[in-house]
Design a protein around this ligand. Structure first.
Ligand SMILES: Nc1ncnc2c1ncn2[C@@H]1O[C@H](COP(=O)(O)OP(=O)(O)O)[C@@H](O)[C@H]1O
Ligand SMILES: CC(C)(COP(=O)(O)O)[C@@H](O)C(=O)NCCC(=O)O
Ligand SMILES: [K+]
Length: 264
């Protein structure tokens, strides 16, 4: 069994894999108690052969994760090239490793011009050619971060943190709560719309793929010609490819096709 850890800025996502399939998923928000996570780790640790990790959270969080896992973790890093993908950054290690891993996964599965979108603490966009050349990307605050900014930097906006813009019509709102929800929803989907327009320009075609990850989809309500894939575990899928490239794993062709044959 392989254990993959995706430590974002808000939560740790854990996925176990065997025979090219997901066995289990767990999530721990850093603000919550970690005892349920620790109990779960105890039940699987004897069965785990290798642990791979992606971390964009701070060093204290990473050290805490290492302490509770209490087994060696192979932490991935962003490099100039891996698994056929070439990093656009002049200083490749500065690209968030979660972004880098989503690119490895998208390229392995699709090998077509791809816009990758990851909505977590931040909302990130990355462009990738069919040949695996990363063109760069954008970073913008995610939903919760936008809400927190309004709540902390204004004196009269105090809205709950629940996302109630799911059925948004983007009509003008007549109270603060709805104004914030719809305004943020418009900002996020507006950024997605701009990214789709940019994709058409940088790829020179409307025939590209959008790969999205995160708790909910921002793309689905929009209209576009691109092929669309929503993948829950994009970062951990990328971790498997990174582990394979480092000879930490030996995935078979059958396992790779199970994990990355998205077109079926
Ligand atoms: N139950 C929850 N507790 C705390 N934060 C949550 C919860 N559900 C969603 N969020 C918020 O949703 C956003 C996305 O979360 P997540 O996918 O965990 O981000 P990341 O991948 O950056 O860690 C974050 O801003 C996070 O604070
Ligand atoms: C952009 C991010 C903050 C996204 O983090 P997340 O929302 O997944 O917690 C992270 O990928 C990061 O810290 N990147 C480093 C800066 C960069 O990618 O240019
Ligand atoms: K993100």
């Amino acid at each position: 069994m392989i254990l993959c850890l995706d430590a974002g800025n808000s939560s740790l996502k854990l996925v176990t894999y065997a025979d090219g399939s997901v066995l289990e998923r767990q999530q721990w928000h850093y603000s919550a108690d970690s005892s349920a996570l620790q109990n779960w780790l105890q039940t699987i640790v004897a069965k785990v052969q290798v642990i791979l990790g992606s971390c964009v959270a701070n060093a204290d969080t990473q050290a805490f994760i290492e302490a509770i896992v209490n087994e060696p973790i192979h932490w991935a890093t962003s490099t100039s090239e891996c698994s056929g993908v070439v990093n656009a950054y002049a200083q490749p290690e500065n690209l968030g490793v979660d972004r880098w891993l989503t690119l490895l996964a998208s390229h392995c599965a699709l090998q077509q011009p791809t816009l990758t979108i990851d909505h977590g603490t931040a909302l990130t966009f990355d462009w990738l050619t069919a040949a695996g050349q990363h063109l760069g990307g954008w970073i913008t605050p995610g939903e919760r971060l936008m809400r927190n900014s309004l709540n902390t930097a204004t004196s009269r906006v105090r809205t709950g943190l629940e996302n109630n813009a799911e059925n948004a019509t983007l009509a003008p709102a007549v109270n603060t709560q709805a104004g914030v929800s719809l305004g943020i929803y418009a900002a996020l989907t507006g950024a997605v719309r701009q990214a789709i327009n940019t994709s058409e320009q940088c790829f020179g075609t409307r025939r590209f793929a959008i790969v999205e990850t995160g708790p909910t989809s921002l793309c689905q309500p929009l209209s576009y010609d691109a092929d669309y894939y929503y993948k829950k575990d994009l970062v951990t899928l990328g971790l498997l490819l990174w582990g394979q490239s480092q000879d930490l794993l030996d995935l078979t062709d059958i396992e790779i096709s199970r994990l990355f044959n998205w077109k079926e």
